[in-house]
Design a protein around this ligand. Structure first.
Ligand code: ARG
Length: 284
């Protein structure tokens, strides 16, 4: 007979890492020459080589974690292509392509779809406006889908039909958190142990009620951490790559048994993106 002494039980939950496959785009042509979100100011100088060096630290962090990191060639004249999360949404080997809201980014849609095809994914050309994993997050078997600034809510029906999964629409209300992945972080997406973090003020009341009801144990981040795009992070279920400036989020993650790894992408923040924006998960 085994006696379990409650005092020996771990105070923190045990987390398990699952290795990831991701797509990234080196910011060789990164700059801010137009303004499609409040973070962007074409009057401020940008340093492309610094952006590349900072991006490299994210790439290196993923390699150190043992991830499979694929690269898409950056295209001159598409400075936002570094934000690979917007290039599509990939589950079960099916890649739902992006159709961008603003003309400045529209050519990225076909560029990413070409890459998906060449990598052997079953590409679905979108009918509706959507910005890929910027607004779609897989949590368990459910797809959380953002709308309000970029992806059209009609794209939520479209992905429901393509992936045959439950899609939950969430309305974003703060222009600084214009993509769902700036307002929600999926910490553990494993079915049965779903765990997220979010910024309540980024959502309207009905959406907030849905989040509270579905994820009562979610981590609530501070406005300060959200303001450095702390939520824009990438988790493998144990290791979570986050903005190094999101110090309170880092502490909360540790308390919940995760291993936060800080990176500094300050230059890419000038375009309104962080860790997660630079990362598109490829689920075969
Ligand atoms: N400048 C880009 C835009 O406004 C940033 C995209 C950030 N991507 C993201 N997944 N949140 O479209």
């Amino acid at each position: 007979m085994t006696l379990i002494d409650p005092h020996t039980l771990p105070a923190r939950p045990t987390r398990t890492a699952t290795t990831r496959s991701v797509l990234m785009c080196r910011p060789e042509h990164f700059t801010v020459v137009y303004r499609i979100n409040p973070w962007m100011d074409p009057a401020l100088p940008t340093d492309t080589s610094l952006a590349v060096r900072q991006w490299q630290t994210l790439y290196d962090a993923y390699i150190a974690l043992g991830y499979d990191v694929q690269l898409i060639d950056p295209v001159e004249g598409l400075p936002d292509m570094v934000y690979a999360a917007n290039g599509g949404f990939v589950i079960d080997g099916i890649a739902y392509g992006a159709s961008f809201t603003y003309p400045e980014r529209q050519p990225e849609g076909p560029a990413y779809m070409d890459w998906f095809r060449s990598a052997g994914f079953d590409v679905r050309v979108p009918v509706e406006i959507n910005e890929g994993e910027g607004d779609f997050l897989l949590v368990g078997d459910t797809i959380l889908a953002g709308t309000g600034f970029r992806s059209d809510s009609r794209s939520h029906q479209e992905i429901a039909g393509i992936f045959g999964r439950e899609v939950v629409t969430l309305n974003l209300v703060n222009p600084s958190f214009y993509h769902l992945d700036t307002a929600v972080a999926v910490l553990d997406g494993t079915p049965g142990q779903e765990h997220i973090a979010y910024l309540p003020s980024a959502f309207d009341e009905p959406s907030l009620a849905i989040l509270r009801e579905r994820y009562p144990d979610a981590i609530i981040v501070t406005e300060t951490d959200a303001a450095v795009l702390g939520l824009n992070s990438f988790s493998d279920g144990y290791n979570i790559v986050i903005a190094s400036r999101a110090v309170d989020f880092e502490r909360q993650l540790r308390e919940h048994g995760y291993n936060p790894i800080g990176v500094d992408l300050s230059e890419l923040l000038l375009g309104g993106g962080g860790v997660k924006c630079c990362t598109l998960e490829l689920r075969r």
